[in-house]
Ligand binder design. Sequence first.
Ligand SMILES: [Zn+2]
Length: 196
Amino acid sequence: MQNEYSRFCFVSGSPAHEGHFANVRNYVREQHGDVAWQNVLKELPRQHREEVETAIAVGWYEVAHFAQMLRTVDRVCGRGDLSLLRDIGAAEADQDLNRVLRVFLRVLSPSQIFKVEARLWSHFQSAGTWSSVTVPGGVDATLRGWEVDEALCEELAGYLVRLVQFTGGKAVTVNHRVCRSKGHDRCVFEYRFNER
Ligand SMILES: [Zn+2]
């Protein structure tokens, strides 16, 4: 069973949108150059490398392979501590959400974006359920039953930071202490921000 991994990208207006593998490739090429991207591909097992090329062409892929690519990019272009992945998530949101969608997001409050994300998620993901509660200074968003992989969580955390910023949230931070990859039964993303 494939878990098709794409949050907003098919909403962005083009059915031929290349998806998240292509977003990450674009990020690496723009920020680190084509040589860095070639180095990422070289680091991947041959079978996965072929899947990356197929995924960019057809837009679906195994989420575990996406996670492996994220880890490889973090190692080749970052420090190997997954800290680059929040930047990558934010860069993906930049690529996924065109100008028109960003205008739409501006009418939402930072808190509302999590309700929208919860509804859209099920259209693009075969697993995982969101719930969110407003807390002083932000929102605690909980994801249950999704992948168990810290790399995916870090990338997602960064993606959602950008969505909060698109709605007008300022000084956005996210803490991801409670995580299935650390043995908890759910993933909690603690977003804190100043409202417009
Ligand atoms: Zn997590």
